[in-house]
Design a protein around this ligand. Structure first.
Ligand code: FES
Ligand code: FES
Length: 164
């Protein structure tokens, strides 16, 4: 007898493209993105909601993709780090600011950091240092000491304000 749980049919939008897949109910969104859609830019660290490496934007809000089942994302619009740069390769202002400020070393935390900052600045382009530090307080970085990440986020905030 096959006692595996029935698959769930999921239809969602990722970085502007629509995908449909049948997934196991226990498949979390991070593994779904990485293994079913081959979007490996989203990193998986702790897999229990602590490190923030797996952060993606779901319907405009930052979400830890290890804590959300793929089935729960049915119908959602998701943005991952692969969806930030323009088609011609121009970096998103937050990516460019991380590049300029050396806001990464090994890069493991970087996609989650960037998605967290993108979500913050979409809501609060005027975010100050305290708000930036608060926003990234759930994202762990083993390398940078955070200072250059904060500098990058503040640069990106300035750039987005100047653009508007
Ligand atoms: Fe999701 Fe660490 S892998 S919070
Ligand atoms: Fe290595 Fe953040 S750059 S964990």
């Amino acid at each position: 007898m096959d006692d595996r749980p029935a698959l769930e049919h999921v239809r969602l939008t990722v970085n502007g493209a629509t995908f449909e897949r049948d997934v196991e109910p226990r498949r979390h969104l991070g593994d779904f993105l990485r293994h079913d859609l081959n979007l490996t830019g989203t990193h998986i660290g702790c897999e229990h909601g602590v490190c923030g490496a797996c952060t993606v934007i779901v319907n405009g809000a930052p979400v830890r993709s290890c804590l959300m089942f793929a089935g729960q994302a049915n119908g959602a619009s998701i943005l991952t780090v692969e969806g930030l740069a323009s088609a011609d390769g121009e970096l998103h202002p937050v990516q460019q600011a991380f590049w300029n400020r050396h806001g990464l070393q090994c890069g493991f935390c970087t996609p989650g950091m960037i998605m967290t900052v993108v979500a913050l600045l979409a809501e609060r382009p005027e975010a100050d240092e305290g708000e930036v530090r608060d926003a990234i307080s759930g994202n762990l970085c083993r390398c940078t000491g955070y200072e250059t990440i904060v500098d990058a986020a503040l640069d990106a905030a300035r750039a987005s304000r100047e653009d508007t």
